[in-house]
Each structure stands twice: as C-alpha cells, then as structure tokens.
Ligand binder design. Structure first.
Ligand code: HEC
Ligand code: HEC
Ligand code: HEC
Length: 288
C-alpha cells in the first residue's frame, strides 16, 4: 500500500516537472504562424484540428503517468505507444514546425516505460516535455492572435454625430479627438466650448455599446468600459460644466476615471491582439 502511494506521488511529481509550462524565452517575437496551420483552424476547417491534436498527445503523455501511479503498466505502455504516434501525426500536420519535434526522444521515452522503472521513465520524459514547452513559448501568442482573436479591422461603426460609417480604428481616432476637444477647451477655461464638445463625445463614446455584439453574444459585458463607471464620469463632467463655477479638481478626476475605466481597460484587453494583427497586416501590404 505504502509503495503504491509513493509511486503515485512520484508519477505526479514527474508529470508536473515535465509538463509544458509557460517559461517565456528572453526575447518575445510574435511571428506570423505558418500558412499550413490555416487548414487546421476555422474558417478553412470547421474544427480546431490542431487543438484536438494537442489534447490527443497530451492525453497520452499524461496517461502514462496516471497509469504509472496506479501500477497499471499495461495501459501505461499503450499510452506511451499512442503518444509516439500522435506526436508524429502532429509533426506531419505542420511541416514548417518539424524542427520543434524530437522523435528519437519520444521513442526512447516509450521504450523506458517498458522498464517499469519510475526514475528512468521520468528521466526520459524530460527531453520530450521540453519540446512541448519550447514550441508553446514561441507560438502560443501568435496562434491565439491569428485564430482566436476576432479582427477589429472588419468592423465598421456609424458615427452618431456625422452619421458616416467608419472603420473601427478610424472611429477610435475620431473618439480620441473628441475627447481632446473636451479636455483642451476645459484646460483653456473655455467652458462653453468644452460643454458643447462633451455632448458629441459622450454620444460617440456610448455608441461603442453597439459594437460589443459584433463579437459577444450576451449583453452582460456592457457593464464594462461602457457601463456604470463611465456613465457616472460623464455625469460628473456635465455637472461641473453646468455649474456657474466649474471645479477643475473634480472635473479632472472624472476625466481620469473615464480615461481609465472607459478607454484604458478596454485597450488592455482588446487592443493588444489588435496591435499584433495590425503589424502583420502592414507587413502583408508591404509584400504586395
Ligand atoms: C510545434 C509546436 C508545438 C509542440 C511541439 C507542442 N505544442 Fe502543444 N500547443 C501548440 C500551440 C500553438 C498551442 C495553442 C493552440 C490553440 O490555442 O489554438 C498548443 C496547445 C496545447 C494545449 C492546450 C490545448 C487547449 O485546449 O488550449 C496542450 C494541453 C498542449 N498544447 C500540450 C502539448 C504537449 C503535452 C506537447 C508535447 C508532448 C505539446 N503540446 C507540443 C504548439 C505545440
Ligand atoms: C473585435 C471583437 C470584440 C469586440 C468588438 C468587443 N470584444 Fe470584448 N472580447 C473579445 C474577445 C475575443 C474576448 C476574450 C474572451 C471572449 O471571447 O469572450 C473579449 C473579452 C471581453 C471581456 C472579458 C470577459 C469575457 O467575456 O471574456 C469583457 C468584459 C469585454 N470583452 C467587454 C466588451 C465590451 C463592453 C465591448 C463593447 C464596448 C466589447 N467587449 C467589444 C472581443 C471583442
Ligand atoms: C470597446 C473597447 C474600446 C474602448 C471602450 C475604447 N477603445 Fe480605443 N481601441 C480599441 C481597439 C480594439 C483599438 C484597435 C483598433 C484597430 O486597430 O482597428 C483601439 C484603438 C484606439 C486608438 C488608435 C487608433 C488608430 O489610429 O489605430 C486610439 C487613439 C484609441 N483607441 C483611443 C481611445 C479613447 C481615447 C477611448 C476612450 C474615450 C477608447 N479608445 C475607448 C478598443 C476600445
């Protein structure tokens, strides 16, 4: 009984040690994923074939250790053999990535499973686990940017002030200019102009609510960025501009809230991927 428990623990520890953890290399380069990945993801493929393959190899790799902990050696060996196969399949799916794979280490690992010696199995698993981690470090972000993050580039917004339709990025520039119309005039003590600019800016900002549904199915997300905190900041700015003697301290506090809760927080979640996509897009244009 005691031996069993120790082996299970050893198996778990080995698995944790060799499992691909995100240990980012010193320089992070977000290269475009290779073309042959296109056929393994929507819209070209109905399914996310690469992700499915990853589940397959990681299920068999992990399966070895689960069974080893249970001393179910028969199944451990089955998983080891299937791991080698599925690891090969993965390599064949994306020829551009073939150098990430180390089939000799995979084969050796499967051989060592037959010895039923936990220490040897653990040692042989190390080099294989490293190949997972190396590719993940290099490629995760790129793959997420290309295949999981919807492109803002295809989204258009109708400006509620001019009624013109603009691309997302252009609309953002307009929004940013409208915001400055408010803050610059306020800074100059031109409160009437600031008040007039605030009306248009608020309309344009709140119009962003119409854009969430291009990517989100539920309305719950609208509590963020375009929700209560931003609405209150607008109320606060309006109240100052409607008072006979606006209080700059209060006004700037509300500006700061809007800039952070309304603009910055959305940028931190939504703009990071868009920045990488945009750079790839520009590279593509330059190639043409
Ligand atoms: C040649 C590159 C490469 C190699 C080698 C590789 N992976 Fe991956 N793996 C990826 C990429 C890219 C993703 C992200 C896929 C996505 O989210 O669309 C991923 C995702 C995963 C996932 C998460 C799947 C999900 O549902 O999000 C697991 C688990 C995984 N890999 C396990 C492994 C294991 C275990 C190994 C080694 C035995 C391995 N991978 C080797 C590229 C690789
Ligand atoms: C270009 C597509 C796109 C647009 C437009 C967009 N989002 Fe998102 N947003 C995403 C993606 C992708 C995620 C990541 C998780 C997911 O898919 O829900 C996300 C995540 C979020 C999250 C984190 C919680 C969650 O559901 O994962 C919030 C909150 C959010 N968005 C709010 C908004 C709001 C509010 C708007 C409109 C003002 C908006 N988003 C517009 C693509 C978009
Ligand atoms: C719903 C999320 C969201 C909110 C809220 C938001 N932005 Fe953006 N912003 C984005 C995204 C996404 C991009 C990238 C668009 C693209 O590249 O097509 C962007 C890009 C920008 C850009 C760069 C435009 C360019 O030339 O490419 C500026 C400037 C900007 N935003 C200002 C603001 C300001 C100021 C606010 C607040 C008053 C704000 N944004 C609120 C999502 C948001």
């Amino acid at each position: 009984m005691k031996g069993h428990y120790k082996l299970a623990l050893t198996a778990l520890l080995i698995l944790l040690a060799v499992l691909p953890v995100q240990s980012f290399a010193k320089d992070m380069v977000a290269k475009e994923p290779p073309k042959s990945l296109d056929k393994l993801y929507p819209p070209v493929n109905k399914e996310q074939k690469w992700v499915q393959q990853m589940h397959k190899i990681s299920g068999h790799f992990g399966g070895v250790f689960v069974d080893m902990g249970e001393q179910d050696w028969e199944n451990a060996e089955k998983h080891a053999a299937r791991f080698v196969e599925s690891y090969k399949e993965a390599a064949d799916m994306v020829p551009e990535w073939k150098d990430y794979f180390d089939h000799e280490s995979a084969r050796k690992f499967a051989e060592e499973v037959k010895t039923r010696d936990a220490a040897r199995i653990g040692k042989a698993a190390g080099p294989v686990g490293k190949t997972c981690g190396k590719c993940h470090d290099d490629q995760y972000l790129s793959v997420w940017t290309r295949y999981h993050w919807p492109s803002a580039d295809k989204i258009a917004i109708t400006d509620p002030v001019d009624e013109k339709e603009l691309k997302y990025g252009k609309y953002m520039s307009l929004l940013s200019g409208a915001f400055k119309g408010v803050t610059v005039n306020f800074g100059e003590g031109q409160y009437d102009r600031a008040k007039k600019a605030l009306g248009g800016f608020k309309k344009r900002f709140m119009e962003l609510k119409s854009v969430c549904s291009k990517c989100h199915t539920g309305d719950a997300v609208k509590q963020f960025y375009v929700g209560e905190a931003s609405a209150q900041a607008f109320d606060g700015m309006e109240a100052e501009l409607n008072s006979p003697k606006p209080n700059p301290g209060n006004f700037w506090k509300h500006v700061g809230t809007l800039g952070y809760e309304g603009c910055k927080k959305c940028h931190l979640t939504h703009r990071a991927y868009a920045i990488v996509q945009e750079i790839w897009e520009e590279k593509e244009e330059a190639r043409k």
